[in-house]
Design a protein around this ligand. Structure first.
Ligand code: SF4
Length: 358
């Protein structure tokens, strides 16, 4: 039985299904869909995402807003702009907000973030609040939780520390990132992580270890994306990687979909978000994910003027539209796919409740 073989981490089966196409792939998708619908039915939870700052102190080799990208104009939204976004989120009846930015650990940034989380929690207590602002220390994470944050998303990017070291400068440490994820669990956050699928140098064995890492470490939610090249980065400037990426991008996207389907079979009651980067490969990329394995989508609420300044990767979709259009488009697409967008609910991870309360 396929489900049992995947759950037992049978290496041959995993490699076969990670690379599956056509009928074999449909068999896997069907299994994932059944696992998902047993827990979530057709429901898709919505979170309005505000990408409030592209200032980052790090230099990840794949990321367009890395500190070393001098071409990138920087911004940080002011409180009034954040309040306008929140008004929209309230009007649209999204059940949760996601605050995302580059990583900063200055006192100025910490005060700013604590302030906006505090305001959000006070003005809109019904909203779930997710933070995705990189590695932060234990005390600050505790303060954020006390101010009203519910969830934190920190991608590990790869469970292989050696591959991580090839993608990041030496000041960045896989172990430190992992410790931060563990601190988030200690603080009872709903903890999300994820990897990039289709990275240069990544093997099938790496992807299997990523899946095992997710299961072993009991994460509640996942934000997993396909790797997309950005020309103003060390990886994107390498002609060999450019050529490799162009040649393999469709194949890698296919592996990415299979990876998510296997994850859903392994962890039926976690939250899995459909990453915006999926739409680089196909205008209905995110919807594809929602039909197979995903149960969460994060329509952008970032003001139009800032969208083209928050490009972690190239060809990011929907950068010339405002929050209204992002809302209408995504809701229509969800409905057209026979799924049900859910309004006004936080959409917490059932896995989290089980992990915390048994
Ligand atoms: S991936 Fe995150 S931490 Fe790394 S450079 Fe980009 S925004 Fe900064």
């Amino acid at each position: 039985m396929l489900k049992r073989r995947l759950q037992n981490f049978d290496q041959k089966t995993l490699i076969r299904y990670l690379q599956a196409e056509d009928e074999l792939q449909q068999e896997l998708f069907q299994l994932a869909r059944q696992a998902k619908e047993k827990v979530f039915g057709k429901q898709i939870w919505l979170r309005g995402i505000i990408e409030f700052s592209n200032i980052c102190q790090n230099n990840c080799f794949y990321c367009g807003i890395r500190k070393g990208n001098q071409k990138q104009k920087r911004f940080q939204m002011n409180t009034k702009e954040i309040l306008d976004c929140l008004k929209f989120i309230d009007k649209a009846n999204y059940g949760s907000v996601v605050y995302q930015s580059g990583e900063a650990t200055t006192d100025y940034f910490k005060d700013y973030l604590l302030n906006i989380v505090g305001i959000t929690h006070k003005k809109y207590p019904q909203l779930g609040i997710t933070i995705s602002c990189g590695e932060q220390d234990f005390d600050f994470l505790k303060q954020l939780k006390q101010a009203g944050a519910d969830r934190y998303l920190l991608r590990i990017e790869t469970a292989n520390p050696k591959l991580y070291a090839k993608l990041h400068p030496k000041e960045m440490s896989w172990q430190k990132r992992f410790r931060c994820l563990k601190n988030l669990q200690k603080l009872n956050y709903q903890v999300g992580t994820g990897v990039m699928v289709g990275l240069p140098g990544q093997t099938m064995e790496d992807l299997i270890n990523d899946l095992k890492f997710f299961v072993d470490n009991k994460f509640d939610m996942f934000g997993i994306g396909p790797y997309v090249i950005h020309k103003d980065t060390p990886l994107g400037r390498d002609p060999k990687i450019q050529k490799w990426w162009q040649k393999n991008k469709e194949k890698n996207f296919n592996i990415f979909l299979n990876f998510l389907a296997i994850l859903r079979v392994l962890l039926p009651n976690v939250n899995i978000a459909a990453a915006t980067a999926c739409d680089v490969f196909n205008p209905l990329g995110r919807i594809k994910v929602l039909r197979i394995a995903g149960n969460v989508i994060m329509p952008s609420v970032t003001p139009k003027d800032y969208r083209d300044k928050y490009l972690l990767y190239e060809n990011k979709p929907n950068i010339d539209e405002g929050a209204d259009k992002s809302f209408t488009d995504i809701v229509n697409k969800i409905k057209q796919a026979g799924l049900e967008p859910i309004f006004g609910e936080q959409g917490n991870s059932p896995f989290y409740y089980k992990r915390i309360y048994g």
